[in-house]
Design a protein around this ligand. Structure first.
Ligand SMILES: [Zn+2]
Length: 183
């Protein structure tokens, strides 16, 4: 399998007009393969299991906000990077998770082929399913290389997506409180 992938990358190098046998490129197919393993390591992890360790905080129903978690992902349409930050808020119903679990959750979904809209929804959906909180809100802001390097070449545009669940949806004040925290 790995040999075949290296061969395919070599053919891609030829396709773009390169001499894949020149010194600087000799190890490139192998490096590409290794870097793909790392960039796409999110497939081998079950997101629900990351949130497996929860704490029971009986009375706590205050908002938990983690803002500006950095991420790097690859768009599924062009295989070019998009990167930015994710902010997560939720209001627990007994179950809470550690900060590192939230960071890992962002990492697992970002280290897959993605579109930003889906990544945003997947993070919110997993938190709803596993923690069963009163509500969740996820906001993602990102720069897309596929927009900056090619196509419309619009370099300043930031794409903002959000997913809103539970009380964040039904109560505008909860939503505003969250937006106030992440601004
Ligand atoms: Zn793209």
């Amino acid at each position: 399998m790995e040999e075949k992938i290296e061969q395919n990358f070599k053919e891609i190098l030829e396709f773009i007009g390169e001499d894949s046998s020149r010194e600087g490129l000799a190890q490139t197919p192998k490096r590409l393969m290794e870097s793909f393993k790392e960039i796409f390591s999110g497939y081998s992890v079950n997101p629900s299991e990351i949130l497996g360790t929860t704490f029971n905080e009986g009375a706590s129903d205050e908002m938990v906000v983690l803002k500006d978690v950095e991420f790097y992902s690859m768009c599924e349409h062009h295989l070019l990077p998009f990167y930015g930050k994710v902010s997560i808020g939720y209001i627990p119903d007994k179950k809470i998770v550690g900060i590192s679990a939230l960071v890992r959750l962002v990492e697992v979904f970002s280290k897959r082929l993605q579109i930003q809209e889906n990544m945003t929804t997947q993070i919110a959906k997993t938190l709803m399913e596993v923690l069963n909180p009163k509500g969740v809100m996820v906001v993602v802001e990102a720069q897309h290389l596929c927009m900056m390097m090619r196509g419309v070449k619009q370099q300043k545009g930031t794409l903002i997506t959000s997913a809103v669940r539970g009380i964040f949806k039904s109560d505008p004040r909860t939503r505003e409180e969250f937006m106030g925290h992440i601004r």
